[in-house]
Ligand binder design. Structure first.
Ligand code: IMP
Ligand code: MG
Length: 177
């Protein structure tokens, strides 16, 4: 695999398509086991987790539902410092078994600010499944129930993750050179 250029920066191959698919498939097997007969509702956090959520969902063999929310910490060009829900949930989650899928836990701020919105609606159970976790960058402690890869504190793109809007379309994950 070759390096890629996204905007002005170069990124080098880090996790191959095969490695990612193998981990996502393993995670789906665990979920097939853990959620058998409970009809979980997956909540995919947009934009970053769209590919991960899609692949994970395709490997499930149990009855499961999926819905989407869109979060952003920016309004216009300025960070508000707070997480805004720009597309909310359109489904009643009270009493449901919820699995949130996120692309990456970096500082942990996004998920920490968003979780109360879910907890307030009293789901029966709530678990977090992430593709990537940067333990060295995490400031807000997050209980991650399912994680595909723990990675060093370096910026990555691909497989749904972007650098300023670009780079989401790659099947592999690339690390800043
Ligand atoms: P957190 O709130 O700091 O945990 O991270 C929130 C969001 O920042 C993630 O959902 C990603 O959209 C973005 N992010 C964090 N690290 C990276 C990265 O290495 N590449 C691309 N996006 C990232
Ligand atoms: Mg992003």
């Amino acid at each position: 695999m070759n390096a890629i250029k996204v905007h002005d920066k170069y990124f080098v191959p880090y996790l191959s398509e095969d490695e990612i698919q193998a981990k996502v498939q393993q995670l789906a097997s665990r979920l097939n086991h853990d959620y058998n007969g409970t009809r979980p509702l997956f909540i995919a956090v947009l934009n970053g987790s769209f590919m991960f959520a899609s692949d994970l969902f395709k490997y499930l063999t149990i009855d499961a539902e999926i819905s989407f929310i869109k979060l952003a910490s920016y309004k216009g060009t300025k960070s508000t410092g707070h997480i805004l829900t720009t597309i909310g949930l359109d489904i009643d989650i009270t009493g449901r078994n919820i699995v949130i899928t996120e692309d990456i836990i970096d500082t942990g701020k996004t998920i920490t600010e968003f979780l109360p919105q879910i907890i307030n609606q009293q789901p029966a159970t709530l678990k977090i499944a992430v593709l990537l976790h940067k333990p060295e960058a995490t400031i807000y402690p997050v209980k991650i129930d399912y994680c595909c890869f723990s990675i060093p504190n370096k910026f990555v793109v691909g497989y749904g993750l972007d650098y300023d809007g670009l780079g989401r379309n790659y099947r592999a994950i690339y690390q800043l050179k």
